[in-house]
Design a protein around this ligand. Structure first.
Ligand code: IVH
Length: 713
């Protein structure tokens, strides 16, 4: 199908305009449009191209770093790809070592070696080799599911398509793909010469290059690779991290030559300092060091917590700083009504990235810094963290600069702004909030954005921008509206359908409806997270999903929780007390779950105490099939059981025991009720043991526990 003339002309006009902006921005350092305006032009261009693919030929849109127009298929990681806990100070590294020793009950004089290696600032990848041949290459994604980039990786020379040596039948290599400084600069030179927009930093360049829809394009952009670990493996040929790295090397995989084995904190810090010195001279970006417990048996015992291994830590290099002027302070309204002041800055490059915004956190922070519009400020940027204003250079303050007055009305909906009382400290919270709730358009939009975000519903073709546009036009006001969009669109009068909108065509509308339909079946944990309840992030959502297992149980539990809270508040006000314990069991159960506690229970009570939230959820649930939570755990005699540890254990610490029980599929709780299945009582168990016996519960001693705990090792 030939492109209609008017679209071809519009495309050419957009391309010319974008090329001009690129030139002004990158060559003259004198942009004439805001980022948002630039993005809008680019979006229009890309949308036209998705409708009329022939426009893509030689187009300015084919730049590196842009997210691919169409998706890659998904790959579920059989062993999740974890993140790392961070340490910024030496003391935090000392704490890390102390935690490891405590967890393992290792005496001070028992040796404990670590590997120390640079933390590469690239993107992580998992390479699955079967019978020595590369079978699947996948990006990290959310750690559980990544994108299938196998065809692209075939063009990365540093990654062998076939392993040498004697690899095991199944071996998943984990490592970092990166671009060297030299290749990055050459790429940018080429892009600029072609009138395209260069890429901000080597990491984005690596990510963009790997995620090219056309794998052939990956071939034109040289990528490098360092292996740093492994996922699923049918066999491990060594019993330490350092020896395993040698094994990986023997398979023909590149490993970082700067890795060292260190015996103690001093050694680690010496390695850190040495690499920090060398950093500027390295051919690639690093943003810190990674320390890992060397012995693999200890790594296994330490396990993970909240998707981070207990046996490793990232020791980051200090943030990079720069000086610029603060041109304005803007207030952003978040999903839960929080008002965040944002410093709008004269653009400045910090560590290779152009920074235009920095967070000022809250009203207290503005007051503490006494930062004013027009001030010269020092900002810092560390890795992925949002840049911050750290200092005001008051000697450069313009004479007419006035102190900043934090607004007392929401800039979006004009509702009153309050500093809530923190019920636990009895002090006003530092965060100011808009009281508009769902009346506030900003909160509505932010909740919807959260709803469609990657870890939530992740609907392709329905990102933050589309949500804002659909919301502004009244097409989508609540999450349920997303799922009735197609039905309403079909009934809309001719001329007012989605296909009639600018930037949409029959194909893109069809794709959008298809990707919405794909998400009508959703995992319980994602649904809970998507609701955007305060204090319920991905981890709490997962814990809740595991606890309730089915949507029906979750919904009933939340109803009971809110009802009990109402009774409690009513009784409390009658009795003239602030709070009395009615012993409501859902609340007690929730508070007893490790990792949840009172603040999450409070937040759930508040959310489900609002009829409009419950209505919105019911309308949404009517559109969905919610998959029960099955849990990614090992089958064991204790899976699905609730277990309480009390007293001391001799063979392992209580933390290790809890972690082990969770891996085996049990729910570990802190207090005993008639719903507890097993109580593991060590020496010194007191009132909990007595209660367990009174309730006639199953009580195990440590030996019985160890038999189960070690059976599946
Ligand atoms: S080990 C289970 N080693 O840092 C441990 N990670 O915040 C997994 N990274 O996503 C990570 N260099 O992409 C490890 N030498 C290194 C690394 C490294 C870079 C990245 C990795 C991971 C992130 C963790």
């Amino acid at each position: 199908m030939a492109t209609p003339k008017k679209f071809a002309e519009r495309h050419a006009a957009l391309a010319a305009e974008l090329a001009e902006h690129n030139r002004r921005y990158y060559q003259d350092d004198d942009p004439s449009v805001s980022d948002a305006e630039y993005d809008a032009l680019r979006d229009e261009l890309v949308t036209l191209e998705s409708e009329y693919p022939e426009l893509r030929e030689g187009s300015i849109s084919a730049e590196v770093g842009a997210a691919p127009a169409a998706g890659f298929s998904e790959v579920a990681h059989r062993v999740p790809m974890l993140s790392l806990n961070k340490a910024l100070q030496e003391e935090e590294v000392a704490d890390f070592i102390a935690r490891v020793r405590r967890f393992l009950k290792l005496p001070q004089d028992e040796p404990l070696a670590f590997t120390a290696e640079p933390k590469i600032d690239g993107l992580s990848i998992s390479l699955r080799y079967e019978a020595g041949k590369l079978a699947i290459a996948a990006t990290r994604g959310d750690g559980q599911t990544g994108e299938n980039v196998t065809p692209n990786v075939a063009f990365v020379e540093a990654i062998p398509n076939e392993l040498g040596g004697k690899p095991p039948e199944i071996f998943e290599v984990r490592g970092e793909v990166y671009m060297t400084h030299g290749d990055f600069e050459a790429l940018n030179e080429r892009l600029v010469a072609e009138g395209k927009r260069p890429v901000a930093n080597p990491r984005n360049a690596a990510a963009g290059s790997l995620r090219q829809i056309d794998p052939q394009k990956t071939a034109d952009r040289p990528l490098q690779f360092f292996a740093y670990g492994w996922g699923e493996a049918s066999e491990l040929a060594a019993d330490t991290q350092s020896a395993m790295m040698e094994v990986l090397h023997s398979f023909g995989l590149p490993i970082n030559p700067l890795m060292r084995v260190c015996e103690n904190l001093d050694d680690l810090i010496a390695a850190y300092r040495a690499i920090e010195e060398e950093r500027a001279g390295l051919a690639y970006d690093i943003d810190g060091m990674v320390y890992k417990v060397d012995r693999l048996d200890l790594q296994r015992r330490l396990g993970e917590r909240e998707r981070r291994p207990r046996w490793a830590v990232a020791h980051k290099f200090p943030a990079e700083r720069a000086i610029t002027t603060l041109e304005a302070i803007e207030i952003q309204v978040g999903r839960t009504g929080s008002l965040t002041p944002v410093a709008k800055l004269a653009p400045i490059t910090v560590g290779g990235v152009v920074v235009r915004n920095a967070t000022l956190h809250n009203a207290d922070e503005i007051a503490r810094l006494d930062v004013r519009v027009g001030d010269t400020v020092e900002i810092q940027r560390a890795g992925d963290v949002i840049p911050q204003v750290v200092r005001v250079l008051t000697e450069h303050r313009p004479a007419d600069a006035v102190p900043y007055v934090f607004p007392d009305k929401c800039p979006v909906c004009d509702s009153q702004v309050v500093a809530e009382m923190n019920p636990r400290t009895g002090k006003p919270d530092v965060v100011r909030r808009c009281t508009g709730g769902l009346v506030c358009a900003a909160q509505q939009v932010e909740r919807l954005r959260h709803f469609v975000s990657r870890a939530a519903f992740d609907i392709e073709g329905l990102g933050a921008k589309q949500i804002a546009a659909f919301h502004a036009e009244g097409l989508i006001k609540t999450p349920a509206d997303i799922f009735t969009l197609a039905e309403r669109d079909a009934k809309a009068p001719e001329g007012q359908r989605l296909v009639d909108r600018e930037g949409y065509g029959a194909v893109s509308v069809k794709n959008l409806f298809a990707s919405i339909d794909e998400r009508r079946t959703i995992a319980l944990r994602r649904l809970i997270y998507a609701l955007g309840i305060r204090r319920v992030g991905e981890i709490s959502a997962r814990i809740l999903a595991r606890h309730f297992e089915t949507y029906a149980a979750f919904r009933a539990g939340m109803e009971a929780l809110a009802a009990a809270a109402k009774v409690r508040h009513a009784e409390a006000s009658e009795a003239g007390e602030t709070e009395i314990d009615t012993g409501d069991s859902v609340r007690a159960d929730l508070e007893a779950i490790d990792g949840l506690g009172a603040t999450v229970a409070d937040a759930l009570e508040a959310f489900f105490g609002e009829a409009h939230n419950v209505d919105a959820l019911d309308a949404l649930a009517a559109q969905l099939t919610v998959e029960p939570e099955t849990g990614r755990t090992v089958a064991s005699p204790i899976s699905g059981k609730s277990i309480v540890f009390t007293g001391s254990l001799e063979e392992m610490t209580r933390d290790e025991a809890k972690a082990r029980a969770e891996v085996l599929g049990a729910r570990v709780t802190g207090s005993i009720s008639k719903k507890t299945d097993i109580v593991v009582a060590g020496p010194g168990a007191g009132s909990k043991l007595a209660k367990a016996e009174a309730l006639g519960l199953t009580v195990w001693d440590e030996a019985a526990w160890l038999e189960v705990a070690r059976a599946s090792d």
